[in-house]
Ligand binder design. Structure first.
Ligand SMILES: *Cc1c(COP(=O)(O)O)cnc(C)c1O
Length: 508
């Protein structure tokens, strides 16, 4: 019998030194830190360089379909053991990073997608290093968010008593605003007021996030009154007034009117000045959805007037990830009555009590101004972007995009076989093939195919929208990277693809 077979005696086991740490193989460790910080640093530098290359080369990288092999490889069982980080990051750089939405490309005009900022890369790194939880407590991140909110209250004329909070986007901002509006209605009419009695008013064509917010609030769908548009594609205020009167007569309690600056389909804006007058006279909450359009307030050109009256709203939602190009995601809601805002959301159990001193200080906490308790440090990328570029440059980008929308409209009118759906008011341009040989249904199908063909070819990204019942190619230009030549090339591509799909020879 060898010694080994005998095994350690009890005494041996008792007097044995602490076992040496197990070798850091998969499954043998119980922490997540790198084993070798030097190797990690080298890898981090490599990844950072690849990311900088990716942004610097954004002009050469339009959207591309995700290869089937990549999709296949992204359908595997959950890993039980780990793999070396170099290997995992290698796959990220080769398989995932090149197949993004494409909104970093200068000829991306689809939906309303922000383009992103190079400084966002640095913000993301610092944000990850700090790993702050911005629900509350006393740390620098909260002072940064408060700074951003106070800048925005100043910019949009929300005054000293206003408050705000950063959210994922304008959809969430709309929900928060309507929750505050309902709080107001309950404080006036009593908590027991039934959702069936509450009504909300928005123009036909208002963003679907208004429908979703009303649904979350438990309002029956019909209690969101869709007010018809005028010829100028803004809410008919005559119709709004008569609907309000009719609802009051029928025993409803009008809770909120939602105005839009920068409508998602056409870029048109409601007459916020007059709406604010009506809302005040009727004692109804005015929420403004300014997801991208609110930034018209920074324009120097004629587009600025679209945002007139925004400073009279009770609440405003807007996105940093659209026109300001702050990297996804970040929106903001401002509420004029900051105390009401807090009463809407503050509901802190004892384990979240704040203190006068220490880390549990720093009142007010952002968790009292929204639904999220744990929150990321969204404010950092916004603060860095605003400090770096300043409001003036942001205004210049807004001007540039609106001028480019005008240029796109002019090019469309000069193109063969395309027709403009309306004169652009801000930064949204819609057009469709002018194809007398096709039925309406065929022309609609052609639009969808043309959009997909241009996307697949990496020529330009337009989305589609139904304007006056007919499909159109739609560009919402919030792209700081777009140059005039990109506008010309995109319209030329649309002209050529529409002619080709109609079986006609291109002009060029
Ligand atoms: C984009 C947009 C929204 C939704 O914003 P998200 O940030 O995507 O949640 C709402 N309203 C309008 C007018 C928009 O353009």
């Amino acid at each position: 019998m060898s010694d080994e077979d005998a095994g350690p005696s009890l005494a041996d086991a008792f007097f044995a030194p602490e076992p040496a740490p197990r070798s850091p193989v998969a499954g043998g460790r119980a922490d997540f830190d790198p084993e070798d910080w030097g190797a990690f640093r080298a890898l981090a530098e490599q990844v950072a360089a690849a990311c900088v290359d990716r942004i610097e080369g954004a002009r050469e990288l339009p959207w591309r379909p995700t290869p089937d092999l990549v999709k296949f490889e992204l359908d595997e069982p959950a890993p039980t053991g780990g793999a070396p980080l170099e290997q995992v990051m290698g796959r990220v750089l080769s398989d995932i990073m090149p197949h993004a939405t494409g909104n970093t490309h200068p000829r991306f005009f689809g939906w309303v997608h922000g383009t992103g900022l190079a400084d966002g890369l640095l913000a993301a790194m610092v944000e990850a290093a700090m790993n702050s939880n911005c629900g509350g407590r006393d740390h620098a991140a909260l002072y940064v968010e408060r700074q951003v909110i106070s800048w925005m209250c100043g910019l949009f004329g929300f005054g000293e008593r206003a408050s705000g909070v950063l959210v994922s986007g304008a959809s969430m901002a709309t929900l928060y605003a309507l929750l505050a509006a309902r709080r107001r209605a309950r404080e006036v009419c009593g908590d027991e007021i039934a959702a069936e009695r509450l009504t909300v008013y928005a123009a036909e064509g208002a963003h679907a996030c208004v429908d979703k917010a009303c649904d979350v609030l438990g309002l029956p769908a019909r209690n969101l009154r869709k007010i018809p548009l005028t010829q100028g594609r803004r809410m008919s205020l005559r119709a709004l007034r008569s609907m309000l009167a009719r609802d009051r007569d029928a025993g409803f309690t009008p809770m909120a009117v939602v105005g839009t600056v920068g409508g998602v389909e056409t870029g048109a804006s409601d007459d916020l000045v007059k709406m604010a007058g009506i809302a005040k006279a009727e004692a109804v909450w005015l929420h403004v959805d300014g997801a991208f359009g609110a930034w018209a307030r920074l324009a120097r050109g004629p587009w600025r007037a679209q945002a007139d009256g925004i400073d009279r709203a009770d609440s405003l939602g807007f996105d940093f990830h659209k026109w300001p190009s702050v990297n996804y995601d970040c929106g903001c809601v401002l509420i004029r009555d900051g105390d009401l805002h807090r009463r809407t959301f503050s509901n802190r159990p004892n384990y979240l009590t704040s203190a006068d001193d220490g880390l549990a200080g720093g009142d007010p906490w952002f968790c009292d101004y929204g639904l999220e308790l744990s929150r990321s440090f969204r404010a950092l990328k916004v603060w860095i972007a605003l400090k770096t570029h300043g409001l003036e440059r942001l205004g210049a980008v807004v001007d540039k995009c609106c001028r480019q929308a005008r240029r796109m409209a002019d090019r469309v009118q000069a193109a063969r076989g395309l027709s403009l759906c309306f004169e652009p008011k801000l930064n949204v341009v819609c057009f469709r093939p002018d194809a007398p040989e096709l039925s309406d249904a065929e022309a609609d199908a052609l639009v969808t195919r043309a959009a997909a063909a241009m996307q697949r070819a990496g020529e330009a990204v337009f989305s589609t929208a139904r304007i006056d019942g007919r499909m159109a190619l739609r560009a919402a230009i919030v792209n700081h990277r777009t140059r005039d030549a990109d506008i010309d090339a995109a319209v030329a591509a649309a002209e050529a693809v529409c002619l080709r799909l109609r079986g006609l020879r291109g002009a060029t």
